[in-house]
Design a protein around this ligand. Structure first.
Ligand code: PLP
Length: 395
C-alpha cells in the first residue's frame, strides 16, 4: 500500500490531539461524580460547568440551553419524541413535518411516532436535495407540533435554508428542530441569530470521541424527558455526566469554530476532486454544486457497484463510503439518492468521499490518479458495461 488517505470524515473523524489532552485532566484528576457534595465532586462539576459555558459561547446560546447526551441519535430521538409528546399533551397537536432525506435517526423516530398515533408528512426535495419550500409550507398546519429538517445532509452534503424553514414553522405555531450533526464545524452556526427551537450535534464528527453529543433546547421551549433518572441536566436527562467526553466536546467545538476560516481551502480541494472525478465518462455529481458542505463529494459512476469501488479504493489505501455509514451494511439503494431522483441502478454506483481540514493536496492528487483506473477495470468486468457498448455499436 503506497499511501493512506482517510476520506470518510462524514462517518467519523479521528479524535484530535488537543481534545485528548483536554480530556486527560478529567480522566486522571477530575474523576469525581459531579453530583457529589465534596471536593472531588466539585472539581468534576467545575469542569462540566466550564465546558457548558465554553460551548454556549461557541454556539451563541446560554449555558442553560445545552443538554449533554450520548450521541446525535439520542439528541434526535429526544428532540422529536420529547417535543411531539409535549405538544400533543399541551396543545393537542399530533402532526410532524420532516423530509425524505433525513438521517435514519430522524426517519425511524418519526416512524416510531406514527405507531404512537402521530401523522407525519415526509416532504420531497428537488434534484439538488433542497427541500421543496412550497410543499413544506403547505404541509405545516395548525395541527403541526414539530418541523424537523436537517441542517446538512450526510450523504450528498446539501445545506438546507434553515432560517427560512424556522419562519414557516413558527408562523403556524410549530416547533422547529434541526439535526446539525453534519453541519457543525462546516457552517458558522450562531444560535443568537438562527431561531431554531432545538438543535442536535455529535462529538465524533468534529474530532471529539464517539459517545458524546448535545441537544440545544431554547429557553422557554419545554419538551418531555427521554431518559428519566437523577437530577442531571436540569432533571431532563438522567445519568451521571461523562465528564471527560463533555470536556472533549467543548474543546472540539472551540477548535472547529476557530478553523471555520480555513474551510475555503477544504472547499477548493473538494471542487478539484469534483471536477476531476466528474471528468470520468458516465459519472455525475449527486447533490448541489453550490449549497454543499465544504468537504462532501458524492459521485455516481454508471454500470458499476459502489461497494466494488469501495473495495478497490480500500486496497489502494483510500477510505470512502457508499453514503451513510449506518446504512452501508444494507443492500438497499440510498433513500437520499432515490429522493433526489437518481434511478436505482445509478444510486448503487455512487460513492461518497468526505474530506476534512487534514486532507492535503497530495491526498487529493492520489485519489484523482487512483480512481480512473479502478472505474475502468470494474467496468471491464461489468456485464452492464458490455451491454451498453453493444447497444451503442448497434446504433
Ligand atoms: N444525524 C446525521 C445527519 C448523521 O450524519 C449522523 C451520523 O452519521 C447522526 C445523526 C447520528 O449521530 P451519532 O452517530 O452520533 O449517533
Amino acid at each position: 500500500m503506497s499511501r493512506f488517505v482517510y476520506a470518510d470524515n462524514a462517518a467519523t473523524t479521528p479524535v484530535s490531539r488537543e481534545v485528548i489532552e483536554a480530556m486527560n485532566e478529567a480522566f486522571v484528576t477530575a474523576w469525581g461524580n459531579p453530583s457529589s457534595q465534596h471536593a472531588k465532586g466539585y472539581e468534576a462539576k467545575e469542569l462540566v460547568d466550564s465546558a457548558r459555558e465554553s460551548i454556549a459561547r461557541t454556539l451563541g446560546c446560554l449555558p442553560a440551553e445545552i443538554y449533554f447526551t450520548s450521541c446525535g441519535t439520542e439528541s434526535d430521538n429526544w428532540a422529536i419524541k420529547g417535543a411531539a409528546m409535549r405538544m400533543r399533551e399541551k396543545r393537542g397537536r399530533t402532526h410532524i413535518v420532516t423530509t425524505k432525506i433525513e438521517h435514519h435517526a430522524v426517519l425511524h423516530t418519526c416512524e416510531a411516532l406514527e405507531r404512537e398515533g402521530f401523522s407525519v408528512t415526509y416532504v420531497n426535495v428537488d434534484s439538488d436535495g433542497l427541500v421543496k419550500m412550497d410543499e413544506l409550507e403547505a404541509a405545516i398546519t395548525e395541527k403541526t407540533a414539530l418541523v424537523a429538517v436537517m441542517f446538512a445532509n450526510n450523504e450528498i452534503g446539501t445545506v438546507e435554508p434553515i432560517a427560512k424553514i424556522c419562519e414557516l414553522a413558527h408562523a403556524k405555531g410549530a416547533l422547529m428542530f434541526t439535526d446539525a450533526v453534519q453541519a457543525v464545524g462546516n457552517v458558522d452556526i450562531n444560535l443568537r441569530e438562527l431561531p431554531v427551537d432545538m438543535l442536535a450535534l455529535s462529538g465524533h464528527k468534529i474530532h471529539a470521541p464517539k459517545g458524546i453529543g448535545l441537544l440545544f433546547i431554547r429557553k422557554g421551549v419545554v419538551i418531555n424527558n427521554l431518559i428519566d433518572g437523577g437530577g442531571q441536566e436540569k432533571r431532563k436527562r438522567g445519568g451521571t455526566e461523562n465528564v471527560p467526553y463533555i470536556v472533549g466536546l467543548a474543546k472540539a467545538l472551540e477548535i472547529a469554530k476557530e478553523r471555520l476560516p480555513e474551510l475555503d481551502a477544504v472547499r477548493r480541494r473538494r471542487d478539484r476532486l469534483i471536477d476531476e472525478l466528474t471528468g470520468i465518462p458516465y459519472s455525475k455529481l449527486n447533490g448541489s454544486r453550490t449549497e454543499r458542505l465544504p468537504g462532501n463529494v458524492n459521485i455516481g459512476f454508471e454500470y458499476i457497484e459502489g461497494e466494488s469501488i469501495l473495495m478497490w479504493l480500500d486496497m489502494a489505501g483510500i477510505c470512502a463510503s457508499t453514503g451513510s455509514a449506518c446504512s452501508s451494511a444494507s443492500l438497499d439503494a440510498s433513500h437520499v439518492l432515490l429522493a433526489i431522483g437518481v434511478p436505482h441502478e445509478k444510486a448503487h454506483g455512487s460513492i461518497r468521499l468526505s474530506i476534512s481540514h487534514d486532507t492535503t493536496d497530495e491526498d487529493i492528487d492520489y485519489i484523482i490518479e487512483t480512481m480512473p483506473p479502478i472505474i475502468e477495470r470494474l467496468r471491464e468486468m461489468s456485464p452492464l458495461w458490455e451491454d451498453m457498448k453493444r447497444a451503442l455499436a448497434v446504433k
